[in-house]
Design a protein around this ligand. Structure first.
Ligand code: CP
Length: 356
């Protein structure tokens, strides 16, 4: 049995296979109409969502399956204090696969360690959002025809933007990909993302979208994540840092691919929607197809023994304490703190990846 907690849980070859299945679903939807008959997907959303939850639900329905779940923590027993681990064990008794979004980093991993059905991370705090990345990869593949030899500008809230962290992790595995990180000083990409994925890669940081524009093959705009700010004043000061308008595209390539995980607040003017380079609504639609491909993939493997390597318990340390207040270990006392040694020789919390 496999889970999708981090985009790197899937190799580039496996991602190519998912992309190929998603494209086949787009071309031949009728072939897939009964593939998940009698199967149930549980969507456990402890945080708001439009695209992720509803595209997962539409995906399962288009595969002939059924959906159960909740769209806010207050309508689940989390409101009475039930832990993520206990919730996962319960859902394993009712469904065949679950997709979880949670404000605490590492919550889907905590669920996967206890549950007995595949768990999909549908966004954990400011950490990762691997199914958005699959959506982004399908879109890049359709629009650009390749993953290699691309210059990608990521613009906006690079600190809290979990979609950015997962996309960098995924794209850093391809050849000759250059990243231009465009953000206010206060919202620069976290050091851990740079250390884990960008060492030895070509990247630069800038505050100027205009300066970066002519180089870009892909522009990935992001929302300033109001819900992750400690101070409302600081959010108000930074919220309109970047607004993409038609005139700012003057120096852009003619085949630029403009993406945004959505929702947008004010980062892309509605005038841009009519430009042939605007891909963000197509991107959201692609989310349903790649999630169909993912559900099929994980259910095919669901009866096999639990995958090794979700956490290598022989190689973790239990003597360190994670002090990240947004880590799932900060609120769920029964979760054992664990630190893993990364390829870069750094001990990081297994759940949220913060350094010792
Ligand atoms: N892109 C994305 O995660 O959108 P939702 O928050 O609406 O799910």
């Amino acid at each position: 049995m496999r889970n999708l907690i981090d985009i790197l849980d899937f190799s580039t070859k496996e991602i190519d296979e998912l992309v190929a299945v998603a494209k086949d679903i787009i071309a031949n939807p009728e072939k897939y109409r009964e593939k998940c008959r009698y199967k149930k997907l549980a969507t456990l959303f402890f945080e708001p969502s439009t695209r992720t939850r509803l595209s997962f639900e539409a995906a399962m329905m288009e595969l002939g399956g059924n959906v159960i779940g909740f769209s806010e923590a207050s309508s689940s027993s989390a409101a009475k204090g039930e832990s993520v681990a206990d919730t996962a064990m319960m859902i394993s008794a009712y469904a065949d696969i679950m997709a979880m979004r949670h404000p605490k980093e590492g919550a889907p991993l905590a669920a996967a360690l206890k549950g007995t059905i595949p768990v999909i991370n549908a966004g954990d705090g400011g950490h990762h959002h691997p199914t958005q990345t699959l959506t982004d990869l399908l879109t890049i593949n359709i629009e650009k025809g390749r993953f290699d030899n691309l210059t990608i500008g990521l613009c906006g809230d690079l600190k809290f933007g979990r979609t950015v962290h997962s996309l960098i992790a995924a794209m850093s595995r391809y050849e000759n990909v250059k990243f231009i990180l465009i953000s206010p000083e206060e919202l620069r990409l976290p050091e851990y993302v740079k250390e884990e994925y960008l060492v030895g890669k070509e990247f630069k940081e800038t505050t100027s979208l205009e300066e970066a524009m002519p180089e870009l093959d892909v522009l990935y705009m992001t929302r300033i994540q109001r819900e992750r700010f400690a101070s409302a004043q600081e959010y108000m000061r930074l919220k309109d840092s970047y607004i993409l308008t038609l005139d700012k595209l003057h120096d852009a390539k003619k085949d630029l691919c403009i993406m945004h995980p959505l929702p947008r607040v004010n980062e892309i003017s509605v005038d841009v929607d009519e430009d042939s380079r605007a891909c963000y609504f197509k991107q959201a639609k692609n989310g349903k197809y790649i999630r169909m491909a993912l559900i099929l993939n994980l259910l095919e493997d669901a009866d096999n023994p639990v995958e090794e390597g979700l956490v290598d318990f022989d190689k973790v340390r239990y003597d360190l304490v994670c002090e990240n207040p947004t880590c799932i270990t900060s609120t769920e006392q029964e979760i054992k703190h664990m630190f893993k040694l990364t390829d870069k020789g750094v001990w990081r919390c297994v759940y949220c990846e913060v350094k010792e």
